[in-house]
Design a protein around this ligand. Structure first.
Ligand SMILES: O=C(O)C[C@H]1C=CC(=O)O1
Length: 96
C-alpha cells in the first residue's frame, strides 16, 4: 500500500546540539536504508520548512506504524498520513 506522509520536525530549542546531530545522523541512516529497500519511495523537502513530504510503500497500516514509530526523530515529529490507491485515470499502470 502506498501512503502519502508529511513529517514535521520540531526539536526543542534547548536540545544539546551534539544530541540533535546524533539523532539526525541516525535518522539519515534509517531513512536511506528504507529507501534502498524500496519502502521509502519518495522523500522531498518542503521548501523553507523543517518538514518533508514522503511516499512510503508498506504492507499495511501496522507496517507503516512500525516504520514511522521507529524513526529516531519520531518523538519530535508531527506526522500526517494519507492512504493512497490507484486513480482510474492514471496511465502509470505498473506503479502500484
Ligand atoms: O529531515 C527530515 O525531513 C526528517 C527526517 C526524514 C528523513 C530524514 O533523514 O530526516
Amino acid at each position: 500500500m502506498l501512503y502519502h506522509v508529511t513529517m514535521t520536525v520540531t526539536l526543542p530549542p534547548d536540545m544539546d546540539p551534539a544530541e540533535a546531530e546524533d539523532i539526525k545522523a541516525r535518522e539519515k541512516t534509517y531513512a536511506q536504508d528504507l529507501q534502498a529497500q524500496g519502502i521509502w519511495r519518495h522523500l522531498w523537502r518542503v521548501v523553507g520548512e523543517y518538514r518533508n513530504v514522503s511516499i512510503l510503500d508498506c504492507r499495511d497500516n501496522a507496517h507503516l506504524h512500525e516504520v514511522l514509530s521507529s524513526l529516531p526523530l519520531f518523538p519530535w515529529m508531527q506526522i500526517e498520513v494519507t492512504p493512497l490507491c490507484r486513480h482510474p485515470s492514471s496511465i502509470r499502470e505498473g506503479d502500484l
